[in-house]
Design a protein around this ligand. Sequence first.
Ligand code: AGP
Length: 605
Amino acid sequence: MCGIVGISAKKNVSSDIVQCLNHLSYRGYDSAGLSITKDNEIFERKIQGKVTNLENFLNNDPISGNCGIGHTRWATHGEPNTINAHPHTISNVSVVHNGIIENYHDLKAILEKSGVNFISDTDTEIISQLINIELINGKKPLEAFKNTITKLEGAYAIVAIFRGYDDLMIGTKLGSPLLYMKAKNMIILSSDAYSISDYGSSVTYLEDGDIIVTEKSKISLHDYSLNTIQRPSKKIKKRDKDGLNGHDHFMIKEIKEQPDVLSHALSYYLNFSKYKINLDKYNFDFTKINRIIISACGTAYFAGMVAKSWFEDIANIKVDLDIASEFRYKKMFFDNKTLSLFISQSGETADTLAALRHAKENDQKIVSVVNTVESSIAKESDLVLPIFAGQEIGVASTKAFTCQLATLASLVLFLAKKKRHINASQEKALIEELVHIPSQVLDVLKYENDIKKIAKDIHKSSSAIFMGRGATLPLALEGALKLKEISYIHAEGIASGELKHGAIALVDKKLPVIVLAPDDIFYVKNLSNMNEVYSRGGKIILVGKVQNNQLKDLKLTGINIEVNGKLNIPIIMSIPLQLLAYHVAKLRGTDIDQPRNLAKAVTVE
Ligand code: AGP
């Protein structure tokens, strides 16, 4: 993920910025840069690759000054190269930015029509160009900055410095973290507390919409109307070497990384400016394909189950799905119009690798969706689609699952368009769904405290049932897997329609029943299932469309999920299930990141 730092001090800040960039580098990135104001000019140095490349650059061609900004970039819009690296400096302003400007293509089109020439193909440059225009039109930096951010849509953290203002930094955030520290003779802005914890022990987090202005040693915070506001400071722990960054477990850290990593995965595959899917870069011939076989294990298999419904419903391509350990013992009717697709976070799962080799022996074209691009499965594939989830350390797969879905959704749209099964406006509507997913995931993460209460209520249960229909059936299976593998509570995922065919015998007042019921065509049927459970004393937890009367009539607890699309539902609705499993396990004191008997990659059959 990208990282931001801004420093204003009574000394040259160049080396401190680079040090903070080094401490941000654990987050994964592909380019780095900084810019500094001095003698009414802005000096910029940026380069593709690691921070060491930037250090070498600065050793040969140093810059100095008392106020500057730095950035480690994990390419979202635009290739990972020097031109697209941050900061983005346009005449009077230099900007660093985390997140996505969702409406940048519209804003860019307006500026290009008025003659503005863009240097990079990033969304960030739109911020620099807009602020620069405001400054040229005579606005002071704070007004220029504020007028610009009111035009932006998306989740972002932004910091800017200005030519002619050698000690001024202005920053804001919406959805993406930004904080400041008043250190010894130094003010530091950052997107990550732990990367600056060598300089002090407390920071102040900005809230969405806050604007921070630092000038020499003065700090002022403002709301959108530029009224002065205050925010409390918080103690922070020293940067720890194990990468947990203050989280209790890797699993919760990885659950909370999902807005960032999903932004990255989606931006790699989607060209928001042209509302297109970027898969043409792979010269892979899909034209003959009229059937897809998908195979995987565990959570990856459930991702494949979601993808099956998408390929068939949106791209009109028949899909046969099989658990990898069963795959190679079945008659799969391979032919040259069939594509074999394998999904694996580790890329080393023995059953999935064996299934891939079996398909290859039958002259199949192999596509793999993996998180580890140097893995065995990737190396033996004809086309590898990376999911950009970053290293997933918790054995229970969370961010890899949602990034697998984001990557698969991109492939579905690409093939649907290739096969002319969707028109431009349908493609645009589906891409719009994907574009908003990171901010919607961010919204659902805010339910964590409600989910902690539900976890407290059910953590002593001996078993649990998860129910879903259609696109949420795979989520019921995945939610049950998450709960059982880290809390050791026996959990079963079923199709809601199957309740009366057996599982209802388990229902009593001790049994938590988690019902996945978004506002879709199955809602009424799901409601009757909830009534069946309620009338037998079952404890209902509704994840989906929660209506007030149900809370009273069915005495259920609910996590209200407002979204209702084709591609966003499975991703958004998996977040509460991840949080529920995590907090139940935490209350039960199990080894959440390394659950008993489990391995992160099952490299034996
Ligand atoms: C997921 O929470 C489990 N740890 C497990 O089911 C996992 O998804 C499965 O072993 C497949 O792993 P892979 O994605 O690395 O192939």
